[in-house]
Design a protein around this ligand. Structure first.
Ligand code: NAD
Length: 488
């Protein structure tokens, strides 16, 4: 089946990885931190790379997602959720760069007067970036933009599940940057393992929580600091009184972009039990208006490969066996074989779910949407808090009290009110998880800081009174002065 054909990208050896790192580190040590102008130039090169190759990028991603007449990754989606946020991010980084690089003045202690202090933001050296398949360009080039802004050199290991995009990234990066500045290491899991064992100055990993654990373990060998951008189950709470028309539309946008294969897609809904039927009905009508057909609609993205489709079908079977009600939303009434041909799945709602079902245990990462009900808001909050901390928590409500309560009580990487997923594209907001959904952040100034060392710089001016704290400690004046500083 053409939709499932895969080509392995050329693989790189552990020795080649080590020598690239040595090359980059030696160049970093020799040339020192790049100036503002040089960093700006690097970011402009990156921006040009994306702008000049939009069509090739969209075509490569679509091919990796199965690329047939009806299947693959929707070109419109790639423009909206891959190219657009990447371009916004780079442009914003260029605009904010001078401000971010400016050292921050700090006050000094009167006892050390006269003196000066500041924090300088200096590059760390060589940054490793490991990226996943679901947004293979924005999750490789987004971290790259942050790392370049902070003046680093970068090695990227993209996913082996999107080999065409990974090869394209390697080709484009090699045209725009020298290998001692930015390089792309393609290959499979062995390459990824060797990559995560390299003594980088910082390693940013985007991927699943289970692999994130392995990456952190490998990085700990060389005490490499890590930023882990992981996944998990992001809940969406739907308040009883909310305007459903507006809510369900933005809920479905986050769920159906990339056919639910999005780290911040709403994983499951918590709906007030008096409104479940209405929510289901709105989901039906809104899905039909966004996607009158699914299987043969190139605007609706395929599941990345047959294994992942089987995984999702397995969740449905398991939930059905354990008593869930399964409602398939198939507006064009297309046949199951058409979905199989395009390696797609329709949006499928699951009611009467409980935690014994795998769909309520694992991150779904596909167009299945379990709906749990609650009668009291605290019940919904308690359910979320009884599970690992999510990457995003969504609340759809017109009540300030409800929004405040969910925001206060739920610990999540981000809180988004009356919208899903678009917080990722807010250039002034940091992005990252908490607990099992990750650690550390990128995007915005916080990302610049992640890839920088915040170096404390202190300067003692002369003349000063420092001799009063130096030994020998005898003498009345010194004793009184120290007593005065300590206080009572
Ligand atoms: P994955 O963890 O399987 O793979 C991610 C990367 O890790 C790939 O490049 C892969 O080659 C590499 N890898 C695989 N085995 C490895 C190992 N043993 N050691 C080191 N690296 C290894 O994730 P995926 O299936 O590509 O992506 C889906 C997951 O990523 C989901 O859980 C999703 O929530 C998460 N995700 C998170 C974010 C975020 O920003 N927080 C964004 C997108 C995806």
């Amino acid at each position: 089946m053409q939709a499932l054909r895969r080509e392995s990208p050329p693989s790189i050896t552990a020795e080649q990885l080590s020598s690239t790192l040595e090359l980059q580190r030696a160049a970093f040590m020799k040339e020192g931190p790049p100036s503002y102008r040089a960093r700006r130039h690097h970011l402009e090169l990156l921006l040009r790379l994306v702008l000049d190759n939009q069509d090739r990028i969209a075509a490569a991603i679509s091919a990796d997602f199965g690329g047939s007449e009806i299947g693959g990754r929707s070109i419109g989606e790639t423009q909206r959720v891959e190219i657009l946020p990447t371009v916004f991010n780079i442009r914003h980084t260029i605009k904010a760069l001078r401000r971010w690089m400016r050292p921050s003045r700090r006050s000094t202690h009167w006892a050390t007067w006269p003196s000066l202090a500041r924090v300088e933001y200096v590059p760390l050296g060589v940054i490793g970036v490991i990226s996943p398949w679901n947004y293979p360009v924005s999750l490789s080039l987004g971290p790259l933009a942050g790392a370049l802004a902070a003046g680093n050199r970068v090695m990227i290991k993209p996913s082996e599940l999107t080999p065409k995009t990974s090869s394209l990234l390697a080709e484009l990066i090699a045209k725009s940057f020298t290998p001692e500045h930015v390089s792309v290491a393609t290959g499979g899991v062995e390459v990824a393992q060797a990559f995560s064992s390299l003594p980088f100055d910082h390693l940013l990993f985007t991927g699943s929580t289970s692999i994130g654990r392995m990456v952190m373990r490998a990085a700990s060998e060389h005490l490499v600091p890590v930023t882990l951008e992981l996944g998990g189950k992001s809940p969406a709470v739907i308040d009883r009184g909310v305007n459903f028309d507006a809510s369900v539309g933005s809920l479905l946008l986050g769920k159906l972009y990339n056919a639910g294969q999005t780290c911040i897609a709403p994983d499951y809904l918590l709906v007030h039990d008096s409104r479940v039927d209405e929510v289901v009905q709105r989901i039906r009508t809104q899905t039909a208006s966004m996607y009158p057909r699914l299987a043969d609609n190139p605007e609706y993205t395929s599941i990345i490969n047959a294994r992942h489709r089987e995984r999702l079908l397995g969740y449905l079977e398991d939930a059905r066996d354990k008593g869930a009600t399964v409602l398939e939303i198939n507006p064009g009434d297309e046949a199951a074989e058409r979905f199989a041909d395009a390696n797609k799945l329709p949006l499928t709602l699951l009611l009467d779910v409980d935690d014994s079902m795998r769909v309520m245990q694992d991150e779904i990462f596909g167009p299945l949407l379990p709906i749990k009900t609650y009668t009291d808001l605290d019940e919904a909050i308690d359910y979320i808090n009884a599970h690992p901390r999510p990457l995003a928590a969504y609340v759809f409500s017109d009540s300030a009290k409800t929004i405040e309560r969910v925001g206060e009580r739920v610990v999540s990487g981000a809180l988004s009110i009356n919208a899903t997923a678009v917080h990722f594209a807010q250039d002034e907001l940091p992005f990252g998880g908490v607990g099992h959904s990750g650690m550390g952040q990128y995007h915005a100034r916080e990302g610049f800081l992640t890839f920088s060392h915040q170096k404390a710089v202190y300067r003692q001016l002369r003349p000063n009174l420092m001799h009063l704290v130096a030994p020998p400690y005898d003498g009345e004046l010194k004793r009184r002065l120290i007593q005065f500083m300590i206080g009572k």
